[in-house]
Design a protein around this ligand. Structure first.
Ligand code: ZN
Length: 204
């Protein structure tokens, strides 16, 4: 499907460093109840639910989209709240694009985070992001935001409107290959996830 003719009007947006987007057309919230099975430490997750409640906000996505065809863009913000589950930092669910060759830009607006990136054939990268830093995620990379700080981690993102998201891939693999964890010295480090069984063949 290609973008329609005549084209839509330009989108005019105001985006603030807290993730607010004046001009948004859609968005969604992910709460603790949506994150079941995402964190490796099930006991820590259950304790978080007991303490904060299932409706506790984990992250919010606001976006602007006009048409859906190939060539169109989706532009938005992701605001990931700080948190810890055992020694694992708060994450978004993460995904591979359903059209897996589609790339994405993430530009940090505020907070401190990491973009965790993995290929289906075993490469892994953890890219630190602070305000002003950006990462150009090529196609074929699984990606997830991680909040390693004590404030909300806010990114501006932009990706092709026909990309779609495959969220099942990570769950089927027992989680991503790497975890972003507290290093015990006020920072973060990566640790191999022993539950990771490898990504589904053919997903790329
Ligand atoms: Zn994406």
């Amino acid at each position: 499907m290609t973008s329609p003719w005549p084209p839509p009007e330009p989108g005019v947006l105001t985006i603030d460093t807290a993730g607010g987007m004046d001009g948004r057309t859609s968005g969604y919230d992910k709460r603790l109840s949506d994150m079941r099975g995402v964190y490796r430490d099930a006991t820590a997750y259950a304790a978080a639910v007991a303490e904060r409640g299932e409706d506790h906000l984990v992250y919010r996505v606001e976006d602007h989209r006009n048409v859906n065809g190939a060539g169109a863009l989706i532009i938005g913000t992701s605001t990931l709240q700080p948190g810890r589950y055992g020694d694992e930092f708060a994450v978004t669910r993460g995904h591979l694009h359903a059209k897996s060759d589609r790339a994405e830009l993430y530009h940090c607006l505020s907070g401190r985070g990491v973009m965790l990136l993995e290929t289906l054939d075993g490469r892994s990268r953890a890219v630190p992001l602070t305000p002003g830093a950006a990462v150009h995620v090529p196609g074929h990379w699984v990606h997830r935001s991680v909040n390693i700080g004590s404030e909300p981690f806010v990114t501006l993102f932009c990706y092709p409107a026909d990309a779609g998201q495959d969220y099942a891939l990570i769950a089927e693999a027992g989680g991503m290959a790497q975890l972003i964890v507290d290093d015990g010295a006020g920072g973060w480090t990566t640790r191999s996830n022993p539950d990771h069984t490898g990504y589904r063949k053919g997903a790329a």
